[in-house]
Write a protein that binds this ligand. Structure first.
Ligand code: DX5
Ligand code: ZN
Length: 215
C-alpha cells in the first residue's frame, strides 16, 4: 500500500494536489503534524487539515510528531481519520493512549524513531493496528533513507509473528523506487513517500510506479 505524504505538497495549491491524489493509485493520505517541540520543525495544524480532510477521497493516515498526542484524539477523530499514529518516544502511558484512540473509533498506530529498537513493542504489539518505522529522523521531508531500517523491518515482522499481532508495518522517510522495493521484500506493508511523489514532474505517475514496485 502507498501513503503519499502531504508534507511535500504545494501548500499554496492544495486543491490541485488533492485532485490528482484522489485519482491516483494511492491507498491513504499521510498527514505529518509537527509541534516544534518533539521535532525541530512545524508543519500544519487542524484548521488547515479540516479543509484537506473534506476533499480527500481516501483514508487519512495521521502521523503526530508532537508531545502529549493524547490531547488531540478528538481533533484527529473530528477530521474523520482512519488511523492515528503516535510516537512511542512521546507516550510514557502508551497503552492508555492506544485505548483512547480505539475508543474514539480509529485504528491505532505506534511510531518508532530510528534509534528506538523494535523490542520495545513486545508488550503492546497485540494491541496496535500498525507500527510505523521511521527510516529518517522525523521533522523534514527529502532526507536520505537510513539502511539499518531494512533489518528493523525484518525483525519487526518476526516480533509480530511471535506475538500473534496482526499489525501492519509502515515505513516513512527516504522512500523511492529502490528503497521501496527493498522495504517490500523485507516485509513492509505500507510505504509513505513525500518527496518522491509530490516532487515528481508527474506525481500521479510516480505514485503508480511506487505502487507497482511494491506489489
Ligand atoms: C518526516 C515525515 C515524513 C516525510 C517523508 O518527518 O514523517 O512523512 O514527509 O518525506 P520523504 O518521503 O520526502 O522522506
Ligand atoms: Zn510521516
Amino acid at each position: 500500500m502507498i501513503s503519499p505524504s502531504l508534507l511535500s505538497a504545494n501548500f499554496a495549491n492544495l486543491e490541485a494536489e488533492m485532485k490528482w491524489f484522489n485519482q491516483s493509485a494511492a491507498d491513504w493520505l499521510h498527514i505529518d503534524v509537527m509541534d516544534g517541540v518533539f521535532v525541530p520543525n512545524i508543519s500544519f495544524g487542524f484548521p488547515v487539515l479540516k479543509h484537506v480532510a473534506r476533499i480527500s477521497e481516501k483514508p487519512l493516515d495521521v502521523h503526530l510528531m508532537i508531545v502529549q498526542p493524547e490531547k488531540f484524539v478528538n481533533e484527529v477523530k473530528a477530521l474523520g481519520a482512519y488511523l492515528m499514529n503516535v510516537h512511542y518516544e512521546a507516550c510514557p502511558h502508551l497503552h492508555r493512549v492506544v485505548s483512547q484512540i480505539h475508543e474514539a473509533g480509529m485504528k491505532a498506530g505506534v511510531t518508532l524513531n530510528p534509534a528506538t529498537p523494535v523490542s520495545v513493542l513486545e508488550d503492546i504489539a497485540c494491541d496496535v493496528d500498525l507500527v510505523l518505522l521511521m527510516s529518517v529522523n522525523p521533522g523534514f521531508g527529502g532526507q536520505k533513507f537510513i539502511p539499518h531500517t531494512l533489518k528493523k523491518v525484518a525483525e519487526l515482522r518476526r516480533l509480530l509473528t511471535r506475538t500473534e499481532s496482526k499489525a501492519l508495518i509502515e515505513v516513512d522517510g527516504g522512500v523511492n523506487l529502490d528503497t521501496g522495493r527493498l522495504l517490500t521484500e523485507a516485509g513492509a506493508d505500507v510505504l509513505v513517500a513525500g518527496n518522491f511523489i509530490f516532487g515528481a514532474d508527474d506525481p500521479r505517475k510516480a505514485c503508480e510506479a511506487l505502487a507497482n514496485c511494491a506489489s
